[in-house]
Write a protein that binds this ligand. Sequence first.
Ligand code: NAD
Length: 367
Amino acid sequence: MTSDIITAKDLKKMDPVFGQHSFDDHEQIVFCNDKDTGLKAIIGIHNTVLGPALGGTRMWNYANEWEALNDVLRLSRGMTFKSAITGLNLGGGKAVIIGDAKTQKTPELMRRFGEFVHSLSGRYITAEDVGMTTEDMDTVREVTPYVTGISESKGGAGNPSPITAYGVFMGMKAAAKFKFGSDILEDKNIYVQGIGNVGEALVEHLVNEGANVTIADISQERLEEVRSKYGVTIYGGNDIYSEDMDIYAPCALGATINDDTIYKLKAKVIAGAANNQLAEEKSHGLILQERGIVYAPDFLINAGGIINVYAELENYDRQEIMRKTENIYNTTLEILDNAKVNNLTTHNAALNIARERIETRKRENLK
Ligand code: NAD
């Protein structure tokens, strides 16, 4: 889930926290430890100008603590810009729990994590991310109200993944419209890398639209399951980046667009759910621009999930969730046009608008 280009050795050379490569004026970083449950977590609060820092918790078997810290710094920063560009009154935060979600996650560990979240008095509000389920959020809810993404039966908005997938689908259609002149995805060759909660729901939209979908995942079981449900093709090669395709949809890891992959890419459009797809935002954004590959910024098109959980805080209904998520289509087209007109990378065009919204609010708050 972390950048491919920064090695643990590189990270160790830097100052422990404020000097980290991915540190970007984060407001607060909280290290949480509980010997009894084995909890080791880091909560990153990047920016709270627009509102409380909301972002999911990821449980992942990180190679070391540096990798976990780098991940939480990158992810929490991304949440700030995601909420800002989506027009939500939320700041950016994220949490990581170090460990294997399949073998080390227990209700006691989740409750203890929830107590740490509670100790921040609402500055950070959590939700699910990779390695987490709606049921885990229900467990966290037992000890703190500062959690979203809880079950519908418990008054929550439920699993955000289908909404995230719908938003990605909207962003992908907008990017197709920009690149190919039409947003109809019928007969387009689309590779979906990672067919977890979001990836599978995206596959369903694409198949319904008549796209030629190829799927890749590290789990053979998932591949077979999704193929049998939707009749898609399982990728049989060993270098997905070099394949001829119209659209590449990264829905597994971050940083898959990196020094090793970027010049191999034959895709004409990149539009997927994974957070932090560009290992290096500036240089890789620029190379994609030079190569004429249309990149739909991840933090813009994968905002469906946050729109969904935000409904729990603002009490808006399903119709409003869908309206806001559908609007990702318009925002994506605007950003892609803006990038073209101003000769910017699409990532920077999106970032500028998000930053401007935060700066405006900051000035208003000072009045
Ligand atoms: P998930 O854990 O359900 O699915 C991830 C899938 O990727 C799994 O099937 C896993 O086997 C596969 N995978 C892992 N490493 C891989 C590799 N090297 N190659 C191919 N496949 C690999 O996660 P998810 O909830 O579907 O989220 C997918 C991505 O979207 C993540 O990066 C997440 O941060 C991001 N995202 C999710 C949401 C949401 O609502 N769930 C919202 C915004 C962003």
